[in-house]
Design a protein around this ligand. Structure first.
Ligand code: ZN
Length: 418
């Protein structure tokens, strides 16, 4: 062996030694994170006591890096570490049947998924930083997905009812108001994602897929930073893409993707467990109503609880073998949904008392796919009745639209800060 060979050997040894030191350093760093694979299930939203901001510098929680999602204290040293090589990543652990689904009470009908997450908690935004927040951009880091109802060939509610070219069409009013809500929320520093900004038609399931895709993409982009390969979720994205492309609510069209049928299949449960980790994102669908009885007026807010969703689906398969359908999802944020619904109602009525619903109830549980097929804090607002003269005067006037939009934005503000 000559001198050159010895030098070469020494260099190789040094490179290997350096690699080993780097690898062991990184292993230590990742095992010190509090999102290690053994921390699963049931600890998502309420358990966000970690210090530090969950906001990004530019206010975008979407596409955020791990340092702003939960590890405030570590951010100094980890900010520039991007451990993205396969060497450091393990498969995302999925525990789909451990524990197993719960059988229905009467022995037939719909099973329920257990009240635990099937995947680890990766995102735990600290919502405490918003309590009593003051100063500019109080909602920085919060995202609101706004869904102006209808569009394109689907005008929605109209007045007069039953005519080919009505004077007033829901799709136009709800877009106007939604754009105002967006402006007001952005003024408070929130990120607003509009499902439509022009007169286009989207199926209900395309709206669900667009929202789910937006959050799934964010979640999958975070996984490598937490030492996980995103493979276990990768097959869900093309299903969402297909739903958007088919853009049809008909069951036979394929446009319902994994949401087709009764219950929540495995892919849907995975997706629901991803969405469960976004308590800093709200979904608000904006509509107005119509009724033959022109005297009915006032605003209504629709929301859905897990028990309501279960009873609705269970009742349609009550006498079937429980193995006929996948179990129902059971981790909807019931209290958060009700609270958001109440706040939106109260803040709009505070500005426009005339919109007080003149009927039995202005807060209603509804089995809407938009609410049932996405596990997030969501509501559907019916601003008023386009067929009622008094409501129409309000929702058609610029001043009325501004007050409604301000009411929604104030409700979102109150939701996070009080
Ligand atoms: Zn509508």
């Amino acid at each position: 062996m000559n001198n050159r060979s010895i030098k070469l050997l020494i260099s190789i040894f040094m490179v290997i030694a350096l690699l080993i030191v780097t690898a062991s350093f990184y292993t230590r760093y990742t095992s010190g994170q509090d999102d290690s694979p053994d921390q699963t299930a049931g600890q998502t939203q309420q358990n966000s006591s970690v210090q530090g901001q969950n906001k990004d510098d530019d206010g975008q929680v979407i596409m955020s890096k791990p340092h702003d999602s939960e590890n405030g204290e570590d951010s100094q040293e980890t900010e520039h570490t991007e451990p993205t090589t396969a060497l450091h990543q393990v498969q995302l652990p999925v525990s789909m049947y451990d524990p197993p689904p719960e059988m229905p009470d009467i022995g037939t009908g719909l099973k329920r998924w257990p009240e635990v997450l099937s995947i680890p908690v990766v995102r735990k935004p600290d919502l405490d930083v918003y309590r009593n927040v003051t100063g500019e951009n109080p909602l920085e880091g919060i995202t609101i997905i706004l869904d102006p109802g209808h569009g394109g060939q689907d005008g929605g509610a109209q007045y007069p009812i039953g005519v080919a070219s009505p004077d007033y069409v829901e799709k136009e009013i709800v877009l106007e108001v939604s754009l105002l809500i967006r402006d007001y929320l952005e003024e408070m520093g929130a990120t607003v994602h509009m499902l439509r900004e022009e007169d286009i038609w989207l199926s209900i399931y395309a709206r669900i897929a667009l929202t789910s895709q937006y959050l799934l993409d964010d979640f999958m982009s975070l996984l490598p930073y937490h030492g996980y390969k995103p493979d276990a979720l990768a097959h869900i994205r093309p299903q969402l893409e297909e739903m958007i492309e088919i853009n049809s609510d008909f069951a036979s069209s394929g446009g319902r993707g994994p949401m087709l049928g009764i219950g929540t299949n495995e892919d849907m449960r995975l997706l629901m467990d991803v969405l469960a980790q976004y308590p800093d994102v709200l979904f608000i669908s904006v509509h107005c109503n119509a009724l033959e009885d022109l005297s009915v007026g006032g605003l209504q807010v629709f929301y859905q609880t897990g028990e309501h969703a279960y009873q609705q689906e269970h009742s349609s398969v009550m006498y079937q073998d429980p193995d006929n359908n996948p179990p129902a999802y059971s981790m909807y944020p019931d209290e958060d949904r009700l609270r958001l619904a109440q706040l939106v109602r109260d803040h709009i009525l505070e500005k426009i008392p005339e919109l007080k619903f003149r009927g039995e109830s202005d807060l209603l549980e509804a089995n809407f796919a938009l609410l049932r097929e996405m596990n997030m804090t969501s509501i559907l607002l019916e601003m008023g009745f386009i067929t009622n003269e008094r409501d129409r005067g309000i929702i058609m006037s610029r001043q009325g639209q501004e007050k409604i939009a301000r009411g929604v934005a104030d409700a979102v503000y109150a939701y996070y800060t009080s």
